[in-house]
Design a protein around this ligand. Structure first.
Ligand SMILES: *Cc1c(COP(=O)(O)O)cnc(C)c1O
Length: 377
């Protein structure tokens, strides 16, 4: 079945017992045992919960992995994945990445003795030369946030595999609807479900999908032991969001292409970063490894003094953190999502005082453009 069909129908989909078309919210912390040493398959919601399980099975199937896990936020999912490693391990990380991930690595896991190297993974040679004896994982964000650099997932995973290293991909920006890293050789896929999967800017969630049972057992142990799982109601909201993922993303992508082209023609815009533009450095790789370009655009204005004006004047497009929802949002990475990244590193990447990031929503493209036009005047 096509992925757009599988998105709508989930794993079990309809509730077997009642025929409910909307999968029930099992708002129960605990489950009655039929007898000694007997279980219905559910004992306590930290271990298993039917609604969370439906979401976990749905995302596992969409990503073509063996097992899925749902967490209370994207950061909780990333933190869980990082708990696979021990002091002395080394991890190679895409240098242009979500600021919260950088903070998690630098402020938390470095303290526990894990070593990180940040480099441009869109150049595989960089990765090759960074591999050391104690390198245990390659952590990739592609397209990257906010500069939209594209890493060749298959090439990176191939290199990692030949060195006995796990490949972990944060797939938040493209979702399994457009890109499935496990099919390209990755071992673990991560999501902030808060973004496109939820899609309505109303729920925080995180997801992990692994490609084999061995990793599944290790992640399951961490999930049930640490306890950062997703609540039943929030699991239901993400399941509901996933049903409309294909129509939302197709519309958002169509809008994004129009907005990106329009931005390029604006005199106050210096540079536009959108992987769907044919002259984008990662365009060809994107076409090969993904079936869509998504709806995330970054752009730099000609003069830094314009930023404050734009953020003040913008009306329809909301000046707010986050991305992926039906509402178009604009953020200022330097002071918001990427404030945790050291100035020197930000400058090198181009995350500077002139850069704005746009998550294009499902509104009419002409209205989004009209709003940007009056704000950029
Ligand atoms: C938002 C985001 C995260 C963090 O997810 P939360 O749900 O906010 O905890 C991680 N990675 C990427 C790429 C994100 O955009």
């Amino acid at each position: 079945m096509k992925i757009s069909t599988r998105l709508v129908h989930g794993h079990k989909g309809v509730d077997k017992e009642t025929g409910a078309v909307s999968f029930p919210i099992y708002q129960s912390a605990t489950f009655r045992h039929p007898g000694l040493n007997q279980t219905t398959g559910y004992d306590y919601s930290r271990l298993q919960n039917p609604t969370r399980e439906e979401l976990e099975n749905t995302i596992a199937s969409l990503e073509n992995g063996t097992t899925g896990f749902a967490f209370s936020s994207g950061m909780a999912a990333i933190s869980t994945a990082l708990s696979l490693f021990v002091p002395g391990d080394h991890i190679i990380v895409s240098d242009d990445l979500y600021g919260g991930t950088y903070r998690l690595f630098e402020e938390m896991y470095k303290k526990y003795g894990i070593e990180f190297s940040y480099l441009d993974t869109s150049n595989i040679d960089n990765v090759k030369t960074a591999v050391k004896k104690n390198t245990k994982a390659l952590f990739i964000e592609t397209p990257s946030n906010p500069i939209m650099k594209v890493t060749d997932i298959a090439a990176a995973a191939e290199l990692a595999r030949s060195s006995g290293i796990l490949t972990i991909v944060d797939n938040t920006f493209l979702t399994p609807y457009y890109q499935r890293p496990i099919e390209l050789g990755a071992d673990i896929v991560l999501h902030s479900g808060t973004k496109y999967l939820g899609g309505h800017n109303d729920t925080l969630a995180g997801l992990i999908v692994v490609k084999n049972e061995e990793l599944a057992a290790r992640i399951k142990l961490i999930q049930k032991t640490e306890g950062a799982m997703l609540a039943p109601f929030d699991s239901w909201l993400i399941l509901r969001g996933i049903k409309t993922l294909s129509v939302r993303m197709d519309r958002q992508q169509k809008n994004a292409a129009e907005v990106a082209n329009w931005l390029r023609s604006n005199n106050n815009v210096e540079r536009v970063y959108y992987i769907g533009l044919e002259d984008h450095e990662g365009y060809e790789i994107s076409k090969r490894q993904a079936s869509g370009f998504g709806a995330m655009i970054s752009f730099s204005v000609k003069d830094a003094s314009l930023v404050e004006k734009v953020l003040e004047r913008i009306r329809l497009v909301l000046f707010a953190e986050s991305l992926g929802g039906v509402e178009s949002l604009i953020t200022y990475p330097m002071v918001q999502t990427h404030s945790a990244i050291p100035a020197e590193m930000r400058e090198r990447l181009g995350v500077d005082e002139k850069l704005l990031r746009l998550s294009v929503g499902i509104e009419a493209a002409e209205d989004i453009i009209a709003d940007l036009e009056q704000a950029l005047e």
